[in-house]
Structure formats: C-alpha cells, structure tokens
Design a protein around this ligand. Structure first.
Ligand SMILES: Cc1cc2nc3c(=O)[nH]c(=O)nc-3n(C[C@H](O)[C@H](O)[C@H](O)COP(=O)(O)O)c2cc1C
Length: 398
C-alpha cells in the first residue's frame, strides 16, 4: 500500500510540475481566485470529491492528536489567508488537511488594499502579500457557514480588525474583534486572534502591551462566557525577543490557550530572501508595503517557536507556521514545540499533494525516533531549561 501511495505522489508531483508554468502564467491574484473556484467546484460534487480524496488523502493513526480537548486526524492545516471567505471547507479533508484556518474575518466588509496585491518570488520560494485583509465581513460569512457540517475537518476562525482607516481607536478595534468572535461562537473549533497582519493601515497596534491587555481582558469578559473554544493569538515574525516576551507573557497572564507562530515576514531586516525579487525593488509596490511567506520565514518562525516553548515551559499550545515545504520542516517545528502546523506556500509552489507527502513523511520520522504519536514528539528536541532552584526559593521567600 505504501509503495502505491509513493507512486501516486510521485506521479502527482510530476503532473503538477508540468502544469505549474501554466498556473504561474496567470497573475497571482487571478490564479488564487481560479484555484479557489476549482476547490469549490470539486467540494460541491460528491463524485469529484471522492476522486480527489483517492488522489490526495492520507490517513495514519500515529498522526491523530488531541490539542486543548479537540481531536485532529492529523496536525497539518491550511493557514489563514488562502480561504478568506470560508468557501472551501468541503474539499479540505479530501486534500489531506486535518484542519483549516478560515479568514482573516473582520467585523466589517473589507475590500483590502488597492492595486496589485500578490507577487511570486520564485527563487526565494515565497509569496509577497499586500492583500490587507480583504473579506466579505463576518456577518455574511457566519450566516453562510452557520449550518455547515465540517465532518472530520477541524476549523479555526481567524479574527482580525477591519482594515478600513489609518486611525486607530482602541475601543472600536476591540469591538470589531468581538463582533467576529461572537458571530462565530457556534462555528468552528478554535479562535485565532490575528494581531499581526503586516498589511493594515493602522499598523500592528496590539503589539503594545496596554492595548493587548485591553483586548484580552475584553475577550475573557465577553467571549469566554459564550464559547468554550480555545483561543490562540497570532504573532508577527519580525519582533524583538523583548516584544515576543511581552505578548507571550500577556497571553499567559490572561489565560489564552496558545499562540500561532508566525505571520508574514517584512523584507526590511530579512536576509533570507533574494532582495532583487522583492516587488518594491522592481517598482511594483511602494516601499514599506507587503510581507513575505514561505522560505524566508522558515528559520525565523521555528526560532520563535523554540523561544516561546521554552519561555512558557510548554504551557501554551503552539501552532507552527512559516515555510513548511517538507515533512522534515513540519517535524522541526513539532519537535521545537508546535502541536499543530499550518501552511500555504508549499501548496502553491509544490502542488496539492504536498499535504499528504508531509503527513506520510511525518509517520516515517516519528517511527525513526521511536515515537508512536505526534504528541510524544512535541518539543522533544527543545529540552526545557531547568528551573533555577535558588530563584524558586527566592520567589517562595518573597
Ligand atoms: C496569500 C496569503 C494571504 C494571507 N492572508 C492572511 C490573513 O488574512 N490572515 C493571517 O493571519 N495570515 C495570513 N497570511 C499568512 C499565513 O497565514 C501564514 O502565516 C504565512 O503565509 C506563512 O505560512 P507559509 O510559509 O506556509 O505560507 C497570508 C499568507 C498568504 C500567502
């Protein structure tokens, strides 16, 4: 059976390589729209959906994992931003995903930023994103998804602040997040509070400790009583250690369940991409706009995961995201401390068999390390520092 699946995947990989130049001839945003349409079409047709499953799905019991009381059939998920209006949930399980994060959804209808908003950097294996949170708004989307049965797909609801004005008003922004979270209280399995979109007009105001405290207090007051879904917070890629610590400590202090590490990387201080490919340097995007997915993010996001896991002593759930192309990339994030993984860019560059290739590879890597399950591997290569007993005595004495 394993040989059959290996052969199937090899065939799919070659086929994708053959058609990729045609996909890449399309404008990236047009290609995104076309692929989404194809996904909706496949998901709405029972026969084609089963056929897709036959080609792309993969299951293995060692991939099952329970995280914050939720059972995932495998730890590989679609990251936020591909399915901004939550239209494709019917097809994800057949493509091998264990989870899909929908959105970002915002309280108001959001057209996103004007102009060209998506760019490929082929040599850097990256997508430059300047979308700016375009989505149909949480009212319309929640109504559409209200009666949807997601089956064995676990669904994350990514909530962000509407990107409509450069002016930041704390209470309005908090109300915007709460509106989305309330409308989705009975939809999906977890929330992801996106405080790290690099493409908004008002910047990233919730990196500020006081603003973040106010947001998390409001979430605890208004969302916890109406929903028992775990709540995660999505971190930016470009923060200093000090900034990461402030956010992570606030998440612990306010009882958040976890963090998603990380969002897109800005090019300014990033040496992991080829600058000549960046659209700003080709005159296609104004300076300071856009941020990168994929390979330029791979090492950075893994380092953030390692740091957060150690700082929180594994007490916060971590979802690892950024430049996962192979099973080894996903395994590195898992053994650094992530319980689940998200991805987008690998699917775009390597094709829709990437998910099952990664899951299949994870089974092998688990076995090679003598693990029976993903949960045994979480953080296994990132040993926690010993607690300094003198500090412990000092704190007791205090
Ligand atoms: C086209 C595109 C749109 C994105 N939009 C969002 C978004 O709306 N909200 C969000 O939290 N992250 C968004 N992201 C970031 C991804 O969720 C993810 O953090 C990032 O792409 C790194 O994963 P990858 O390297 O596997 O693509 C977007 C990424 C891409 C490529």
């Amino acid at each position: 059976m394993n040989y059959l699946i290996a052969f199937r995947n090899f065939f799919l990989k070659l086929s994708f390589r053959a058609i990729r130049p045609l996909i890449f001839m399309m404008e990236p945003e047009q290609a995104h729209r076309t692929l989404k349409k194809a996904g909706v079409f496949l998901g709405n047709n029972k026969f084609l959906k089963s056929l897709t499953g036959l080609f792309f799905n993969y299951d293995h019991e060692s991939l099952n994992i329970e995280v914050d009381g939720i059972n995932y059939r495998n730890p590989i998920g679609l990251s936020a931003g591909f399915d901004k209006d939550g239209e494709l949930t019917k097809i994800y399980p057949s493509l091998g995903f264990g989870l899909a994060e929908l959105g970002s959804f915002t309280g108001e209808v959001c057209p996103g930023n004007p102009g060209k908003r998506l760019f490929r950097m082929k040599k850097s294996k990256s997508i430059v994103v300047w979308y700016g949170l375009n989505n149909e708004g949480s009212e319309k989307i929640s109504q559409r998804l209200a009666d949807e049965d997601f089956g064995d797909l676990r669904v994350g609801i990514n909530a962000a602040n509407s990107n409509l004005t450069p002016e930041f008003i704390l209470q309005d922004s908090i109300s915007d997040y709460l509106k989305t979270m309330k409308l989705f209280k009975d939809i999906g399995d977890y929330y992801d509070v996106n405080i790290s979109c690099p493409n908004t007009q008002d910047g990233e105001p919730f990196v500020d400790k006081d603003n973040l405290d106010a947001l998390l207090i409001a979430i605890n007051k208004e969302i916890r009583p109406i929903s028992d879904k775990p709540i995660y917070v999505k971190l930016a890629a470009d923060m200093t250690l000090e900034e990461i610590n402030i956010i992570v400590d606030a998440c612990m202090e306010h009882g958040m369940d976890g963090v998603v590490c990380t969002n897109l990387a800005k090019p300014e201080f990033n040496s992991e991409h080829r600058p000549e490919e960046y659209p700003t340097n080709k005159g296609l995007l104004p300076k300071g706009k856009g941020a990168m997915s994929g390979l330029p993010l791979q090492r950075i996001s893994t380092n953030v995961i390692r740091h957060v896991y150690r700082r929180t002593r594994g007490q916060l759930t971590i979802i690892g995201v950024g430049g996962i192309f192979t099973a080894r990339d996903a395994y590195e994030k898992i053994t650094s401390g992530a319980s689940l993984c998200h991805m987008i860019t690998a699917m775009i560059f390597d094709g829709p068999q990437a998910m099952n290739e990664i899951n299949r590879g994870l089974v092998k890597l688990l076995k090679a390390d003598g693990f029976d399950s993903i949960s045994q591997a979480v953080g296994s290569k990132n040993p926690l520092p010993k607690i300094d007993s003198s500090q412990d005595l000092e704190s007791k004495a205090a």
